[in-house]
Write a protein that binds this ligand. Structure first.
Ligand code: WQD
Length: 333
């Protein structure tokens, strides 16, 4: 049983690869190595491949064939909201085109199991802020739109040729399951704060006048190792003939405010954090939390890590990356 993981050398992908290997699966990585590193997945065959390139379908089909792949976990994608607003056509080519490649290649060789990485971004700014999978899909930026289109594409492939598919909608992913698998990208709250602390600068809070208990935005942070486990559960679930759902929020059901996150980071790192509060960031919903009940009920998944684990492991991995000379990846726009 060989599983192809696209984007497997990235931050989340490398955790998924380890979780699959721990579950006894043979894993092959497909990655363009644009924002990732081969060193994270040394134990597995790696094919360097840009899924949005014109010859990608044939090349990926050859990889699937060569390894007699039985399933695909498709994570490879661009994921920066701001960049997607600036370069929407490129985002559609990369994310929608890349998925098109995966589906064509899978169909060509008869590989009919697929786990697709979707995002909380498909919900846009939902009323009330607490969502379930039945909350309408209404993305407000090109990144979220590419994920919504992706969900339609995999569902259409299911109807057209019997693909067994599931979309996992990631909420705010953070932490590290292993010291060497930290998030090298300084793009999200956790790493942005750690980066500021290292530079001895004040972390920035985007607005403290939201209608939330402490005025800062509330999010649902999920440990990357728990997210990786959800992929294994979702892949195994594809073998069931009586599946009722093909979308799952991967979240904990627990909201954490920016101020609470800063307090947790202060406690773990031993820094007194005096943040600089600036204006709200455009497009930030006050609250974005999922009940995540479906994942618990249908797949028996439970998050094993709380906020302290998320922050503690992110910090350890951050320090370990610095010690091994890994350079942070910063926003392109
Ligand atoms: C978290 C909170 C900020 C930085 C993004 C994507 C989403 C999904 C998850 C992948 C917000 C606040 C942040 C800072 C701050 N990605 N913040 N100061 O925007 O919730 O979600 O990642 O699918 O699609 O949009 O994550 O980490 O940027 O922000 O105050 O320096 O922290 O306003 O409330 P976000 P984030």
């Amino acid at each position: 049983m060989t599983i192809i993981v696209t984007g497997g050398a990235g931050y989340i992908g490398a955790h998924v690869v380890r979780a699959l290997a721990d579950a006894g699966k043979d894993v092959v990585v497909v990655d363009d190595l644009s924002t990732s590193s081969a060193g994270r997945v040394r134990a597995h065959p790696l094919h360097r491949l840009d899924l949005a390139a014109s010859d990608a379908t044939n090349r990926l089909a050859a990889v699937l064939d060569q390894h007699r792949a039985t399933g695909i976990i498709h994570l490879a994608a661009k994921k920066q909201v701001g960049e997607s607003v600036a370069r929407p056509e490129w985002y559609f080519r990369q994310n929608v085109g890349g998925l098109g490649t995966v589906l064509e290649a899978a169909r060509a060789v008869g590989c009919d199991r697929l786990v697709f990485s979707s995002s909380a971004a498909v919900y846009g700014e939902p009323v009330g802020g607490v969502v379930t999978e039945d909350t309408p899909v209404a993305p407000i930026n090109p990144y979220g739109q590419t994920k919504a289109v992706g969900e339609w594409m995999v569902r259409d492939a299911a109807r057209a040729w019997g693909l067994r598919q599931v979309s996992l909608r990631y909420f705010n992913v953070a932490g590290a399951g292993h010291h060497d698998l930290g998030d090298p990208a300084v793009l999200n709250l956790m790493t942005l704060v750690l980066d500021r602390l290292e530079a001895r600068e004040a972390p920035v809070v985007f607005g403290d006048d939201y209608p939330t208990p402490d005025g800062t935005c509330v999010r649902d942070y999920v440990h990357v190792a728990d997210l990786a486990d959800a992929h294994v559960a979702a892949l195994n679930d594809l073998e069931r003939d009586d599946r009722r759902y093909d979308t799952f929020d991967v979240a904990t059901g627990r909201g954490v405010s920016v101020a609470e996150m800063l307090a947790a980071i202060a406690a773990v790192t031993g820094n007194a954090i005096e943040p600089r509060v600036v204006a709200r960031r455009l497009g930030d919903p006050a609250v974005l939390v999922a009940t995540a009940q479906r994942l618990r009920t249908e797949l028996g998944w439970e998050p094993r890590h709380g906020l302290d684990d998320i922050v503690g492991s992110a910090w350890q991995a951050w320090v370990s990356q610095r010690e091994s000379g890994v350079e942070p990846i910063r926003a392109a726009v």
